[in-house]
Design a protein around this ligand. Structure first.
Ligand SMILES: NC(=O)c1ccc[n+]([C@@H]2O[C@H](COP(=O)([O-])OP(=O)(O)OC[C@H]3O[C@@H](n4cnc5c(N)ncnc54)[C@H](OP(=O)(O)O)[C@@H]3O)[C@@H](O)[C@H]2O)c1
Length: 335
């Protein structure tokens, strides 16, 4: 049977460790979880069944594996240390017979975006970012329309615009909005994304290093690796639509509590075709997956055992291609 393996890791240490080790999570304080996770080996989580293509009827199986590092550790440790543990997790996937490996959340952010990891394994690797980009942009546009915002007349902001996901989202959003605001930390990098958006046909583009400048935006897409909330209620325009792709999330929980006028959507979540059983609760409702997981599944359904979405630059064509294949097999943006 065609198959895949997918690597996840704890985003919220206490809560996520409790999903696998409830007793341990009860007794260990968070700093100790961070400490011990450095020495913890990769963890087999579950066997995934029931993913079935709507187009071909083909069914695939998979495995969920955990790389024990938290997002904070992956940001702080030297990339080589993170690579080592992710590659060990990849070896576990190989032993299970996996034919392609997907990298979730910060396992794809760290270092060179999967290139080194792919080089050290004998199976192809995907970061899943192409489908994440396509799904996030489509979800934001759809949510805006449902809220009565016409994207072609609206101002859209991309936060983390210099990142891999952010810059590709800027390219895809560019031709369909009246104005694009690119928010990043470094002007020199923002200039490159501005050029990319201009080449894609944006009408008006501004760049800024101040998060406060999203206040002019009707639509906001955020995808930073800050690993903590950076968007607060006071930053958002009245009636804005916000798509948060980041894991851990960029948008503070205060926004949902204090801003009834704002529509906040989870970027990069899809409904999986068939009757999928993940065999493990990784935090989404049943039947739903992150788009990066879905990209791994789509490649397995296609029998395309080749590395995809590697490196820091995600190309618009790759995002469009994988979105088309995902749609063909029956993956749908989650309501
Ligand atoms: N939902 C999904 O399916 C899915 C899939 C894959 C990834 N993700 C998530 O998407 C996010 C971005 O991933 P990526 O691959 O695009 O990462 P990336 O290429 O490393 O880009 C991260 C961006 O965040 C910016 N940034 C980092 N810390 C920041 C801070 N404190 N304040 C403001 N900006 C900050 C970086 O700015 P500089 O350029 O200045 O460093 C960079 O532009 C991550 O949270 C990841 O977990 C989600």
């Amino acid at each position: 049977m065609d198959n895949f393996a997918f690597v996840i890791h704890p985003l919220n240490p206490k809560q996520d460790v409790a999903r696998k080790y409830p007793h341990l999570a009860k007794i260990l304080p968070t700093p100790l979880i961070h400490f011990f996770s450095r020495f913890w080996p990769p963890v087999y989580l579950s066997h995934v069944t029931g993913v079935r293509s709507e187009a071909t009827g083909k069914e695939i199986e998979g495995w969920l594996l955990a790389c024990p590092f938290t997002a904070r550790q992956m940001l702080r440790l030297p990339p080589q240390t993170a690579y080592k543990k992710i590659v060990q997790t990849g070896h576990l996937a190989q032993r299970l017979g996996a034919r392609i490996l997907g990298l979730g959340a910060f396992t794809s952010v760290v270092g060179d975006g999967g290139v080194t990891i792919a080089r050290r394994l004998n199976i192809p690797v995907t970061t899943g970012r192409s489908l994440t980009v396509a799904v996030a942009v489509e979800a934001l546009q759809g949510a805006a329309r449902r809220k009565g915002i016409r994207p072609e007349r609206a101002t859209a902001a991309v936060v983390g615009a210099t990142g891999s996901i952010g810059s590709a989202c800027a390219e895809l959003l560019a031709p369909g909005v009246a104005e694009l605001v690119l928010i990043g930390r470094r002007e020199s990098h923002l200039a490159q994304v501005r050029a990319r958006a201009e080449a894609a046909g944006v009408r008006l583009v501004r760049t800024s290093t101040h998060i406060e400048d999203i206040r002019r935006a009707d639509m906001v897409l955020t995808a930073t690796s800050a690993a903590r909330p950076i968007i607060r209620p006071q930053h958002l325009k009245h009636g804005a639509v916000v798509c948060d792709v980041a894991r851990p999330r960029d948008v503070s929980p205060q926004v949902a509590r204090e801003r009834d006028d704002v529509l906040l959507i989870d970027g990069g979540v899809v409904d999986v075709p068939g009757e999928v059983d993940f065999g493990f609760d990784f935090g989404l409702p049943p039947g739903k997956a992150y788009a990066c997981m879905a990209e791994t599944m789509v490649l397995a359904l296609e029998g395309r055992y080749e590395s995809y979405s590697l490196g820091k630059q995600i190309r618009g064509e790759e995002a469009r291609e994988i979105a088309q294949l995902a749609h063909k097999h029956g993956f749908r943006i989650s309501g």
